[in-house]
Design a protein around this ligand. Sequence first.
Ligand code: NAD
Length: 395
Amino acid sequence: MEKVRVGIVGSQFAAHLHLNNYAKLRGSKMEILGIASKTEKNARETARQFNIPSVYTDYRKLLERKDIDVIDLCIPNNLHEEMVIASAEAGKHIICEKPLTGYFGEEIEGEDIGFRISKDVMLRSAMESCARIRKAIEKSRILFCYAEDWVYAPSVEKMKRIVKVSGGTIMDIRAEESHSGSHAAYSRKWKTSGGGALLRLGCHPIGAAIYLKYFEGELRDGKPIRPKYVTAEVGQHTRIPSFQREPKKWLVTLSEDVEDWSAVIITFEDNSKASIFASDGVLGGTRNTMQVYLSNAVAFANINPNNAVEVYAPDPKIFGDEYISEKLETKAGWNFASPDEDWMRGFPQELEDFIDSILKGKEPVSGLRLAEDTMEVVYASYLSAEKGQRIQLTS
Ligand SMILES: NC(=O)c1ccc[n+]([C@@H]2O[C@H](COP(=O)([O-])OP(=O)(O)OC[C@H]3O[C@@H](n4cnc5c(N)ncnc54)[C@H](O)[C@@H]3O)[C@@H](O)[C@H]2O)c1
């Protein structure tokens, strides 16, 4: 294979993120042959904007095309399993956005399943979904690329080098993804999102913490150090009565049966710990940070915010349409302006690794095992929060 030929499913936020970050690879290592999306108007507009020759409303049309090698899934979480399995059965390599899958209770009546369904049922069901996905992938012998950008972020990549050169033990990881809330319609309900802030945001720092412990274990003993127990709490802070009475809301308050705050402690096989925070209730722009305390060194990854560029304006209008950073409430005062946010977050590096892996037939840096372990940590955390107990992981 000289060039990878991609079909993309979805035409909104994540699809645009991928299409923007494929730009430098197109023509040399890859081509984008088609886009499929339920919303035809949006798909056509995206195809025009990114110069994609074919547009479909049914993703199976991409699967039927013999000239497409890989399907890039940028669709809501509750569709991941169906489309991953169908793509694998069609013999296509897969790029899948995070999270891998989840519990969506399609067969359950009503809209508030996040409040009503036991997290025990959810954990079991999510892991059964992971098992069906693994079975289809192993049977078709295609590559599965898990779009966890944090593991490709340059600051996390630097941390790997620090772990390697120091030879120390990672004893304590403290990581967070938070912001002021998602506006995406699917994110409000368990039925389409499979969870709230913990799943949607927390899967990034959880994935990166697991990945760093895999790396340490493989370096020292030739096998990954995997997560063993979780202890967690979740909350709906936007339902605090005094907040609800406030006339001006700076936070998104649309979440229905999903949590908007979470804290998780992961205990790994070697008894080291990672503490993870994920919240939809944090002002001041997106926070993507990871602190790693080794036995002989310390490393902080400030994906956002970081002080590569600091800017000041007394009036927000001074900066006009210039991008400063994600989810910032105001451009007034001192701010951290991200010179290249996608690069800082690892998106172009992630997509290049996926395309190279497919070209060379090698496993990507972020693959199925990381996706499955992240899924189990997230759903076991929901169970821990429900029971008020530490939960042992089983896979
Ligand atoms: N890595 C990241 O930082 C990041 C950021 C945002 C979203 N995501 C992930 O990307 C995925 C998509 O999120 P989004 O924010 O782009 O959602 P979105 O709601 O903005 O877009 C979803 C797209 O899927 C399409 N779609 C829905 N049902 C379809 C179907 N049956 N067939 C074909 N197309 C269909 C819609 O038309 C839409 O274009 C989610 O899994 C999310 O977790 C990842």
